[in-house]
Every structure is written in C-alpha cells, then in structure tokens.
Design a protein around this ligand. Structure first.
Ligand SMILES: NC(=O)c1ccc[n+]([C@@H]2O[C@H](COP(=O)([O-])OP(=O)(O)OC[C@H]3O[C@@H](n4cnc5c(N)ncnc54)[C@H](OP(=O)(O)O)[C@@H]3O)[C@@H](O)[C@H]2O)c1
Length: 332
C-alpha cells in the first residue's frame, strides 16, 4: 500500500556494511511504504540501546542469519521510537493521524518509520517524546524480567546487576514497585544515580555479588559476564535467576551461551535459572505507560543527540558512558 505523506524522501542515518559507528552516514532516502497492519510514524525521538550496536556491527555473527549475511538488508538502524502518527494502513483501527505514540519500529534513526500497530501504544501525556522514546525495548525487557519471569513478590530481596543502564534503570524501579527490597549493582561513577531511584546501590569494582554471604530471592543479570556458578552463589536455595544480557566479546554467540545453559542447569538444582527474550507486546507498552503516568517509574534520559550525531551516541553507549538512556532527537 502506498501512502501519500507529502514528501517522497526523508533524512535518515544509514549503513551499507557491518562495523563500528564509522559505518553510519547521513542520507536522503525514500519514505517507507506501510502494509495494512502498519503505521507510518513521524519520529520525534528515538532510543539508543545495545541492540542497535548488535545490528549495526552484525555481532554476534549469529544475528547476520536474520538480518543479512554479508551486509545488512535494511540500511536504517534504531527500533525504539516516540512520535506522531502520519498515516495508518487500511487494517489499523487503534490509531489515526495526529496520535502521539511510542513503541517499536524498524529504522527509527530517520524522519519517518514504519511500525506494526501491535507494537505501538499512545504516549503518556505526562512524558516528553524523549522520555517516551526510551521506554519501549528497555522498559519492556525490565517489566517482563521482573513481573513475568522472576514473578517478584512483596518483601523479596532482588539484586539487579547492571542497574545504571538502559534496562537496569527501569528494572530497579519496577522491582521496587512490585514490592521488592532492591539492590542495584553498577560502576563507581553511577552509584548516585542508582540510589536516586530509591534503591540500595553496590559498586561492582568494590563489591562482589556474594559478599557477606548474602543470598537474594531474585537476581536479574543485565551487565558483566559472571558465570552461572558465580551467580548461583548469590541466589537463595530456591531463588530465581533471570539472565537478560551482558556484553561480551564472543563473536558467534556473544553472551548468549549462559542464556542457553541456564535452563539445562536449572533441571538439576532447586534454584530456577533462565534467560529472557523480551516479547514486543503492545499491552506491556500500555502497562509501562501506566507506570510512568502514575509516577511509579521515571524514564532516565542521560543525553539527547541530534540525528546527525547518531554515531557519537553509539560510541558513547559502547564506552559505558550512559547514565540511563540515550536519545536521538529527530525533531526539526
Ligand atoms: N534479553 C533481552 O530481550 C534483552 C533486551 C534488551 C537488552 N538486552 C541486553 O541487556 C544488556 C544491557 O542492555 P542496556 O541497554 O541496559 O545496556 P547499558 O545501558 O549499556 O547498561 C549496561 C549496564 O551493565 C553494567 N555493567 C557493565 N559492566 C558490568 C560488570 N562487570 N558488572 C556489573 N554490571 C556491569 C553497566 O554499569 P556501569 O555503566 O555503571 O559500569 C550498566 O549498568 C545488553 O547486553 C543487551 O543486549 C537483552
């Protein structure tokens, strides 16, 4: 289906080959064409998360099976978005032009993006486009890890490893909202940030997760590369471990090996061990929007970069600089 949007081309940041941020360049490209169940969104802000780097770099190599063996099949990166609906496909009834939305699209580092209606929700009126842009992938991941996988209950002790980043800043707040007694682990320069979210904070340079023999009911592992054996030592005898991520140099599987092994080990121990692959569901976006509207959860935006400086944003993220989330502003 071809939708008239009053312009044939748009500004975007594109890549023609896999690599580090140098492969990104500004370009003028055709406006995407939407299908019957899709929405064309004029992007106001786009979130930057580690997944952007994985797709840009084609690492671990396993991702290339899905997105192109020699070069990425689609040139525009970015999946988190907040913006205004420009046009809707003929099967879409949930949105109409002019609606302010947030969610997940395909190629959000651009003026216009196409997104499945089933991966969008109305933007909370209380948040800016920049705040809404960082909620979808990072927020959904944190919500599903704590509510669905760990099933955190009132009074449980929860350790969030990697608490100062995109997923982690949502995770500590959601764990607290579910009634958990939360400890967030992060680097030395971000302890203040994690404490400002209302939880205890531990610096991973100065402390080990097993320090003092403490055992947590729930461990959410988002950062670093601790072995399953090490993580289990911080877990109560019937505790739950959810592996969300962790950046490693593994070229083929990245840090995914632990996620594959965890359910196997889980068969032989009383602790429940598993990984998470977040599902991109609109009802969870609505749940997140509710948490943000009620003030239970606050998206943490560190810096906003203009579209032309997308490569700098990715370098900053990969250097470990981000306190919470980074945003690409596509306005103007
Ligand atoms: N499973 C899924 O569906 C899913 C979805 C989204 C993301 N992920 C994955 O989740 C991970 C985090 O993503 P993100 O966007 O939140 O990344 P991020 O913003 O870069 O945050 C990374 C976090 O890890 C912490 N960290 C780094 N080294 C650590 C160490 N040795 N010990 C403990 N913590 C350490 C960082 O702390 P400091 O910065 O304070 O040093 C920071 O809090 C990535 O691997 C990503 O691919 C998975």
């Amino acid at each position: 289906m071809v939708v008239a949007v009053g312009q044939a081309t748009m500004r975007a940041v594109v890549q023609d080959r896999y690599g580090e941020a140098e492969v990104l360049r500004p370009a003028e490209i055709p406006v995407p064409v939407i299908g019957p169940d899709e929405v064309l969104v004029r992007v106001r802000a786009a979130g930057v998360e580690q997944g952007v780097w994985h797709l840009m770099a084609g690492r671990p190599y396993l991702v290339r099976l899905a997105i192109g063996l020699r070069a990425p099949r689609t040139p525009v990166r970015g999946r988190e978005l907040a913006g205004v609906v420009e046009a809707v496909g003929e099967g879409v009834t949930a949105f109409r032009p002019g609606d302010e939305v947030f969610g997940i699209g395909e190629g959000t580092f651009a003026e216009l993006v196409r997104a499945k209606a089933a991966k969008l929700a109305l933007k909370p009126a209380e948040s800016t486009f920049e705040q809404a842009a960082v909620m979808s992938i990072s927020g959904l991941t944190a919500l599903q890890a704590l509510r669905d996988n760990a099933k955190v209950r009132e009074g449980q002790s929860v350790l969030v490893i990697g608490a100062s980043g995109g997923v982690g800043t949502f995770a500590v707040q959601i764990a607290k909202a579910l009634g958990g007694q939360v400890t967030g682990m992060c680097g030395p320069g971000k302890v203040d940030l994690v404490r400002s979210l209302g939880v205890d904070a531990l610096d991973y340079r100065a402390h080990d997760i097993t320090e003092g023999g403490r055992r947590y009911d729930v461990v959410i592992d988002i950062g670093g590369n601790r072995t399953l054996r090490h993580l289990r030592r911080a877990l109560a005898p019937r505790g739950v471990l959810v592996i969300v991520g962790g950046e490693t140099d593994g070229r083929w599987l990245g840090g995914f090996g632990r996620t594959l092994r965890a359910p196997l080990v889980s068969l032989f121990v009383r602790q429940r061990l598993g990984g998470l692959i977040a599902s991109e569901r609109a009802d969870d976006l609505v749940a997140l929007a509710g948490m943000v509207s009620s003030g239970t959860v606050r998206p943490v935006v560190d810096r906003v970069f203009p579209l032309a400086e997308t490569a700098d944003a990715i370098r900053y993220l990969r250097a470990g600089g981000a306190r919470g989330k980074l945003v690409i502003s596509v306005a103007g």
